[in-house]
Design a protein around this ligand. Structure first.
Ligand code: NAI
Ligand code: 15L
Length: 274
C-alpha cells in the first residue's frame, strides 16, 4: 500500500482529535476533519453525525485512509452507545468499503479488556507477565463492549472486503497522566501520533490489534504488536510518578477500582452528560 497522504479524521473536535490535528500534519498528512461538533477556525471541517450516510460517503471520497476517533468516549446508556459507537462505526465501514478506502485506524480502548486483572508484580512488571494482546476480551462497560464490536467489525471487513485496520486499544491519551493507574496506561500525545503514523503506514497489517501506550516504566501490557508496526515509543510516565504517588498513594490491591486494567470504569463508570 502506498503511504497515505489524505486522511479522514473522525472525532476531530474531541480531545484526542484536537491533539492529533496539531501533531499529524508534521508527518505529511493532509487531514480532512469530521465531527458532529463544529470546529472553530476550521471552515472546511465536515460537521455531521456518523448516522448521516450521505455525509460519510462524501467525507471518505478520495481519502487514502481513515483515523476513526469519533465516538461516545465514556460509559453512557446502551441506546446512545449503540447509535454512535456501534451503528456509527458500521456506517463508517460501509462508506469505506463502497469507496475502496484501503486502511482504517480504529480507536479501540483498554476498556475492551477492562475487567482483566492488572499484573500483580512490579513495577516494572516482568516481560513474561505483561498482559498479552490476545488476552480474552473482558469489556467493563457498554462503552468497552462497543469497542469489542468495532474490533470484530474491523476483522469482518478485512476478511470479507479486504479493508485493512489497525485497532489501537488506547490506554489514556492526555497531556499528562492524572492518576497512579494512568502511570501504567498513559499514551503521551507525541507517542500517540507516532503510533497512529505507524498504524497508517505499516504494510500488510490485515486486521491487527495493538495496545496504545508509551514505554512506561509501570507498563501492564505487551507492546510488541504495536512495535511490529514500526512504533517506537519515546516517552515514559515515570517523570510524573513521584507527584502522583505522593498525592494518591500506590494502587491498593484491596480496592476493586485498582485491581483491573479498566480502573474506575469497573466499579463506578463515569457517565457521559445526559
Ligand atoms: P472525545 O469525547 O473528546 O471526542 C470524541 C468526539 O467524537 C467528539 O468531538 C464528539 O463530538 C465526536 N462524536 C461523538 N459521537 C459522534 C457522532 N455520532 N458523529 C460524529 N461525531 C461524533 O474523546 P477522545 O478522548 O478524543 O477519544 C477519541 C477516541 O479515542 C474515542 O473513540 C475514544 O473512545 C477513544 N479512546 C480515547 C482514549 C483517551 O485516552 N482519550 C482512551 C481510549 C480510547
Ligand atoms: C477511555 O477509553 C476513555 O475514552 C478516556 O476518556 C479515558 O477514560 C481512558 O479510556 C482511560 O482508561 O483512562
Amino acid at each position: 500500500m502506498p503511504a497515505p497522504r489524505t486522511v479522514l479524521l473522525t472525532g476531530a473536535a474531541g480531545g484526542l482529535g484536537t491533539l492529533m490535528r496539531g501533531l499529524l500534519p508534521a508527518y505529511g498528512y493532509e487531514l480532512r476533519l469530521f465531527d458532529v461538533t463544529p470546529i472553530e477556525g476550521e471552515p472546511d471541517a465536515i460537521t455531521a453525525d456518523l448516522a448521516d450516510r450521505a455525509a460519510l460517503r462524501a467525507a471518505v471520497a478520495g481519502v487514502d485512509a481513515v483515523l476513526h476517533l469519533a465516538a461516545i468516549s465514556l460509559e453512557a446508556p446502551f441506546e446512545k452507545i449503540l447509535r454512535a459507537n456501534v451503528e456509527g462505526t458500521y456506517h463508517l465501514y460501509e462508506a469505506v468499503r463502497e469507496a475502496g478506502v484501503p486502511r482504517v485506524v480504529f480507536a479501540s480502548s483498554n476498556h475492551a479488556v477492562g475487567y482483566t486483572p492488572r499484573p500483580a508484580g512490579g513495577p516494572p512488571v516482568a516481560r513474561d507477565e505483561l498482559i498479552p494482546i490476545d488476552t480474552p476480551r473482558r469489556p467493563d462497560t457498554y462503552y468497552g463492549l462497543s469497542k469489542c464490536f468495532g474490533e470484530d467489525l474491523a476483522q469482518l471487513y478485512c476478511d470479507r472486503h479486504g479493508v485493512e485496520t489497525v485497532s489501537v486499544r488506547i490506554g489514556s491519551c492526555f497531556m499528562e497522566p492524572t492518576s497512579v493507574r494512568m502511570l501504567s496506561v498513559w499514551l503521551s500525545p507525541g507517542d500517540g501520533a507516532r503510533l497512529f503514523h505507524a498504524a497508517l503506514t505499516a504494510p500488510d497489517v490485515g486486521h491487527s490489534v495493538v495496545y496504545g501506550s508509551s514505554a512506561n516504566t509501570r507498563l501492564w501490557w505487551d507492546l510488541s504488536s504495536a512495535r511490529a508496526l514500526g512504533y517506537e515509543p519515546q516517552d515514559d510516565s515515570e517523570q510524573f510518578a513521584a507527584k502522583l504517588v505522593a498525592e494518591q498513594g500506590e494502587l491498593d490491591p484491596e480496592n476493586p477500582a485498582h485491581r483491573c486494567l479498566g480502573g474506575q470504569f469497573v466499579t463506578d463508570p463515569p457517565q457521559w452528560p445526559l
